[in-house]
Design a protein around this ligand. Structure first.
Ligand code: FAD
Length: 432
C-alpha cells in the first residue's frame, strides 16, 4: 500500500459537523474566529458565563493545527528555562512556568468535565540528547527547574536510557512525568461538543473576510463580514494561530507560519512497540531542527519534524515521506521495513520572541504564538482570554510581555526568510 496523504488522527475521530444551512446570526456578544483549541476553549468558557457566541471557521472544526498535531501535552514553553529567567526575571518567569503546568491540569479538567474520549494519558515526556554537550546541560536544567519553579524532572544517563527508548543513538535523556498524551482530533471534536452543549453556535465554511468597528444601539462593537453573510459582535477573539491572515494585519505581521510534518507507520506488533518506547512517552530530541515522536494508541509510530520550513503544500507533504522516513530509521533502524501509511502537515505559529501572546490589540482580543507547544497552552489561553472578555482579571503572565514585530519591520506576513532560517537552524545544530 502506498502512503496516504491524509491526517491519520482524522481517520480515528468523528467530528460533529456544524449545520451548514443556518445563516450566521445578526448579532452576538462575542465572535470567535477559528475553531481550534483556542477558539473552542474560549467559546465554551464564554457560553458557560451566559454570553451568546458564534465561532466562525473558514474550513471545518479542528481543520487547523488542532487536529494535525502530535498530541503531546507538554509542560514548559518552547523557550528554554534559562532564557526565560534571564529575559523576564524571576517573578514573571515563575508565573509563566506555573501557567504551563496549570495548562496540563486545564486539559485534564476539560477531558473530565466534557467526558472526552481522546486517550488522554499522563504518560510523561522524554527529551533525548543528540550530543554529549546537550546531555551535560540536562542536570543544570533539572536543577534550575526544581529550584526556581518547584517542579521535578529526572535526568536519565545513557546507561539507563534503554528503559525509556529502544534507540542507541542518544547521549541520555530528561523525563518529565507531568506531561501527557492524547488523540488531538478526538480532543478537538470533544471540545467542540462541549462548547456547543454550553450554547455556542459553530459556523463551518464561514471565512471572516473583514472586521470593521461599528456601533449599534449605543454600544461599541464590530461589523464582521464573512463568506456566509454579515454579523455584529460586541467583542471579537482572533484564534487563528499559524493560519492568521489579512483580517488582522497587526497579528499577521507578528507571527511566522512554519510548516511541521508527520508520518505514521502501519500498526506495529506489541513487542516491537514496547521495544521502541517501553514507557509510551511523548518523545522529542534536543536539536533546534528537532524530531518528535510517539506511539499512537493503536501502536503506530508517529514521527514528526520540520521536513520543510514552509507551510504545508502538496509538494512539501509528499517530500516529507522520504525525509521523515530517513529520520525515523536513523532513530529506529528496527523500522526499516515497516510501511509508512500516512503523511500530513500543518502550520505552526512562531512569534519573533518564540513566546505565546494574548490580550487585546486595537480593541480585538487574541491568543496565539504557541510555537509547536500549543495543545495545552492553547486550551489554557482560550479559557483565560474568555475570562478577560467576561470582565474578570485572570492571572495571565503572557499578557504582560511585549509582542515584537519583525526587526526593522521587514515582514508583512510573507515569510520570505524561511529558507534562510532553516539553513541557520541546521547550521546551529551542526555547531552546537
Ligand atoms: C504538525 C504539527 C504538530 C504539532 N504537535 C504539537 C504537539 O505535539 N504538542 C503541542 O503542544 N503542540 C503541537 N503543535 C501545535 C498545536 O497544534 C497548536 O499550537 C494548536 O493546535 C493551536 O490551536 P489554535 O486553536 O490556536 O489554532 P488552529 O488549530 O490552527 O486553528 C486556527 C483556525 O483558524 C481558522 N481560520 C484562519 N483564518 C480564518 C478566517 N479568516 N476566518 C475563519 N477562520 C479562520 C483556520 O481555518 C483554523 O482552523 C503542532 C502543530 C502542528 C502543525
Amino acid at each position: 500500500m502506498s502512503t496516504r496523504e491524509l491526517n491519520y488522527w482524522l481517520t480515528t475521530a468523528e467530528i460533529r459537523r456544524a449545520d451548514l444551512a443556518s445563516p450566521v446570526p445578526d448579532r452576538v456578544d462575542v465572535a470567535v474566529i477559528g475553531a481550534g483549541f483556542t477558539g473552542l476553549s474560549a467559546a465554551r468558557t464564554l457560553a458557560k458565563r451566559g454570553a451568546t457566541v458564534a465561532v466562525l471557521e473558514a474550513e471545518t472544526i479542528g481543520w487547523g493545527a488542532s487536529s494535525r498535531n502530535g498530541g503531546m501535552v507538554l509542560t514548559g514553553l518552547k523557550l528554554g528555562v534559562n532564557q526565560l529567567l534571564s529575559r523576564y526575571g524571576r517573578e514573571l518567569a515563575q508565573r509563566m512556568y506555573a501557567a504551563s503546568l496549570d495548562s496540563i491540569h486545564c486539559v485534564q479538567r476539560m477531558v473530565d468535565e466534557e467526558r472526552i474520549d481522546c486517550d488522554f494519558s499522563r504518560c510523561g515526556h522524554l527529551e533525548v540528547a543528540c550530543k554529549q554537550r546537550h546531555f551535560d546541560d540536562y542536570a543544570c536544567q533539572a536543577e534550575v527547574i526544581a529550584r526556581e519553579f518547584r517542579h521535578q524532572i529526572r535526568v536519565v544517563p545513557r546507561s539507563e536510557l534503554g528503559h525509556e527508548i529502544g534507540s542507541a543513538i542518544y547521549y541520555g535523556g530528561l523525563v518529565d512525568e507531568f506531561s501527557s498524551g492524547l488523540n488531538p482530533a478526538k480532543y478537538v471534536a470533544g471540545l467542540a461538543c462541549g462548547a456547543m452543549r454550553a450554547g455556542t453556535k459553530v459556523f463551518e465554511k464561514t471565512r471572516v473576510t473583514k472586521i470593521v468597528r461599528a456601533g449599534r444601539d449605543g454600544l461599541t462593537g464590530w461589523s464582521v463580514s464573512t463568506s456566509r453573510g454579515q454579523l455584529w459582535a460586541r467583542e471579537i477573539l482572533v484564534a487563528t494561530s499559524g493560519y492568521t491572515g489579512s483580517i488582522s494585519p497587526a497579528l499577521r505581521n507578528r507571527i511566522i507560519p512554519i510548516g511541521s510534518y508527520i508520518i505514521a507507520t502501519e500498526v506495529l506488533s506489541e513487542s516491537l512497540a514496547r521495544e521502541l518506547s517501553p514507557r509510551n512517552r511523548m518523545i522529542y530530541d534536543s536539536k533546534n531542527y528537532l524530531y518528535y515522536f510517539r506511539l499512537t494508541p493503536d501502536r503506530r509510530m508517529l514521527f514528526g519534524g520540520r521536513a520543510a520550513f514552509f507551510p504545508e503544500s502538496t509538494s512539501t507533504i509528499r517530500r516529507s515521506v522520504a525525509i521523515l522516513g530517513r529520520g525515523m530509521t536513523g532513530v529506529y533502524p528496527q523500522l526499516r521495513d515497516v510501511k509508512i501509511e500516512y503523511v500530513w502537515g500543518g502550520t505552526l505559529d512562531f512569534a519573533f520572541d518564540i513566546m505565546p501572546h494574548a490580550g487585546q490589540r486595537d480593541g480585538i482580543y487574541f491568543a496565539l504564538g504557541y510555537a509547536g507547544h500549543g495543545v495545552a497552552m492553547a486550551t489554557w489561553q482560550g479559557e483565560k482570554v474568555a475570562e478577560m472578555i467576561s470582565g474578570e482579571k485572570p492571572d495571565n503572565p503572557f499578557r504582560e510581555i511585549p509582542f515584537p514585530s519583525a526587526p526593522l519591520g521587514l515582514y508583512n506576513g510573507r515569510p520570505w526568510f524561511l529558507p534562510l532560517a532553516g539553513a541557520y537552524y541546521k547550521f546551529l545544530d551542526w555547531v552546537s
